[in-house]
Design a protein around this ligand. Structure first.
Ligand code: BGC
Length: 660
């Protein structure tokens, strides 16, 4: 019997009471069971940076969080990360891993920026799609969260997001659409917030018209934990297509309430069947109905292979923001005393619930201090004073505590804590050869940036982070990360921070007045110089861009545009460059961002090596959402393409015409 026939048979055999019982969870992490029909409880676990101890009872690999993965701009790494995550989830006995988390970084103050990937919709989907594929290749359901427009922690449970259809389509939804259409994501999490007047958990436009009808979603939607509380009634939730309320305890969809709605004719058997089909389908897709998913491991699901992947991810995401006079890499043969300073040098970041629900408890964690100690053993002395050191490595940043990089509360300021800035100034007075290594998961302002010769953004580098940082500082790894978010000079420069209306709102509503001008789209439009632009990141080698060729003739609806150019490593080290292609619409009747990322590739080259890079652009890559026509349109005739090393470092440019 095929899956769909099995679902039908199960639905026919289930009583109404059994169907009702499956609308909400059994407890905090499991669904209800119908033992009589072989439907066992299914366990869901946080996610998304590893299998979380608080929900699985297991220690897992603590990978760097999403922002660090995004900084690697590496699709293959995203796939392998997904595979590892899926494998650990399965070993832990979980059929659903609550990730990836994909909300757009609209404000740098969002406490969950570290858990999300980027401010750009294209980069977002290009990494989320392989992640979902990787997770599900282990027959574990990915859960793409939080659907939708869940871009701040302040008022997260009560706010309503006032956002235009165009901004939804162009900025906030593409990642959900792509993970469903291209990767067949099996579950999606409905967010805490409301969107345009209706809670995400009872929003038929989001859950039915878009997710199911337009994107073709076939799995189940789970509520964010306690998110259903704010909805109007059990019937409005079930009818909107929100399939599973979590957690079970205290749920609005508890049996008594749903039964009452059923008895009063507000919910029909067809509604219940429709609601359950997705849950049963995922149980079939994961194999849970044939052989219930059970833990196969002891108390630890982390493996040495996954730990080396965590190290590779950390190294690949580390972003070299500044490197005057080739201060970096350091050479351990030329140094005698290295000062390792700052509150983040010895701090652990991978602990249960640190940062909120994504916190993972790994079997060990290598701090920067430990990584450096190992790297420099037998070569140079590690000291705690900058004064007589050859170089001072100063570890600054934020922590996974509420009010910094953590769930529930947003940050209050863009700056580093004032004590850390004071420490920086003191260290600089003692030793001008001070290199700053930042450990944080969201942009910080740096009015001190001109005073230091080199700055590294290490993000939260996960359980193997200390090794990765030492590898980059001492040149065993050539940094190749690029910023997935703009680093503004000051908070007021950010698009969401024009007024209280646009952030955080008054509690009832937050207005996304900036429309599609999110992240670098806003900085470019307003001509604001950021501290470090989107896509920025240096290398220990240099790359030359040349010989841009664009296929002859105008771009037509059915004929993609072919582009090629040459990338050459002109330095003396092997390295990887993330080449980025931006499109500008020159004569659109509607306001459009001056530049939009449409393609990228991460290219590894040996010293002196050159390679021809090819990109294709299709007609739809040029489109914008027309509110008037409720459709994607490309009504301009003139576009330009920029290819470069960041959104503000365009090396090659070409104009072309298109015929509609
Ligand atoms: C978070 C989700 C998480 C859930 C379960 C919520 O507070 O928003 O991302 O998966 O809790 O821990």
């Amino acid at each position: 019997m095929n899956d769909e026939a099995r679902i039908q048979t199960l639905l026919e055999r289930m009583t109404v009471a059994e169907k009702i019982a499956l609308c909400a969870g059994k407890n905090f992490w499991q669904t209800n069971a119908v033992e009589r029909l072989g439907i066992k409880r299914l366990r869901l676990s946080d996610g998304p940076r590893g299998v979380a101890w608080h929900s699985s009872g297991k220690r897992g690999t603590s990978f760097p969080p999403a922002i660090a993965l995004a900084a690697s701009w590496d699709r293959d790494l995203a796939l392998r990360f997904g595979q590892a995550l899926g494998a650990e989830a399965r070993a832990a006995g979980c059929g659903v891993i609550l990730g990836p988390a994909v909300n757009i970084c609209r404000t740098p103050l969002n406490g969950r920026t570290f858990e999300y990937l980027t401010e750009d919709p294209y980069l977002n989907k290009e990494l989320a799609v392989p992640m979902v594929r990787g997770i599900q290749s282990n027959r574990v359901a990915a859960c793409v969260k939080h659907y939708a427009a869940n871009n701040q922690e302040t008022y997260r449970m009560k706010t309503d997001v006032d956002v235009s259809e165009r901004a939804l389509r162009e900025i906030y939804l593409p990642v959900f659409e792509a993970t469903v259409k291209e990767a067949d994501a099996w579950t999606v999490m409905a967010a805490y917030n409301a969107v345009r007047g209706l809670a995400a958990c009872e929003n038929p436009d989001l859950l039915r018209s878009k997710l199911r009808e337009e994107y073709g979603f076939r799995g189940f939607v789970v509520s964010d934990w306690f998110a259903v509380r704010r909805t109007r009634s059990p019937a409005s939730v079930v009818k909107a297509g929100m399939n599973l309320e979590m957690p079970g305890k205290g749920s609005k969809l508890k049996a008594k309430n749903v039964q009452q709605a059923f008895d009063q004719g507000e919910i029909s058997v067809a509604d219940l069947d429709d609601n359950l089909a997705g849950l049963l389908r995922v149980m079939l897709l994961t194999g849970h109905l044939d052989e219930p998913i059970r833990s196969t491991a002891g108390k630890n699901v982390s493996t040495p292979e996954h730990q080396s992947l965590a190290r590779e991810m950390a190294a690949s995401g580390i972003t070299l923001l500044k490197n005057d006079q080739r201060t970096l890499p350091l050479s351990r043969n030329q140094l005698k005393k290295v000062a390792v300073l700052g509150p983040k040098a010895r701090r652990r970041n991978c602990l249960p619930l640190w940062g909120g629900s994504s916190g993972v408890w790994p079997p060990h964690e290598i701090t920067p201090w430990q990584g450096l100690k190992e790297k420099l053993a037998g070569h140079c002395e590690l000291v705690r004073s900058a004064k007589d050191a050859d170089v001072a490595l100063l570890f600054l940043g934020l922590g996974h505590r509420p009010g910094q990089d953590s769930e529930i509360r947003d940050r209050k300021i863009l700056d580093l804590p004032p004590k850390q800035v004071a420490l920086l100034r003191k260290t600089l007075r003692e030793n001008p050869n001070t290199i700053v290594v930042l450990v944080n998961g969201s942009p910080v302002s740096m009015d001190w940036a001109d005073e230091v010769p080199a700055i590294i953004e290490a993000w939260y580098p996960g359980m193997e982070g200390g090794h990765a940082i030492a590898d980059v500082l001492f040149g065993d790894v050539n940094p190749s990360g690029k910023l997935p978010v703009t680093f503004p000079r000051r908070l007021a420069d950010s698009p969401a921070h024009r007024s209280e209306r646009t952030y955080p709102g008054d509690g009832a509503t937050v207005h996304y007045d900036e429309g599609v001008f999110v992240g670098y789209r806003h900085f470019d439009q307003e001509g604001i110089q950021p501290l470090f632009p989107f896509g920025h990141g240096l290398s220990y080698t240099t790359f030359d861009y040349s010989e841009l060729r664009v296929s002859a003739g105008p771009l037509m609806a059915d004929q993609p545009l072919e582009l090629s150019f040459k990338l050459t490593n002109t330095g003396d080290r092997a390295g990887s460059e993330v080449v980025q292609l931006y499109v500008s619409d020159r004569d659109c009747p509607q306001p459009r961002p001056p530049r939009e990322l449409k393609r990228f590739a991460k290219v590894h080259l040996e010293p002196g090596e050159g390679r021809e890079i090819h990109f294709q652009l299709a007609h739809e890559d040029l489109a914008y959402w027309s509110e008037k026509g409720s459709a994607w349109v490309t009504d301009s005739t003139c576009f330009s393409i920029g290819i470069g090393a960041s959104s503000r470092d365009i090396r090659l440019q070409e104009r072309y015409r298109q015929v509609s």
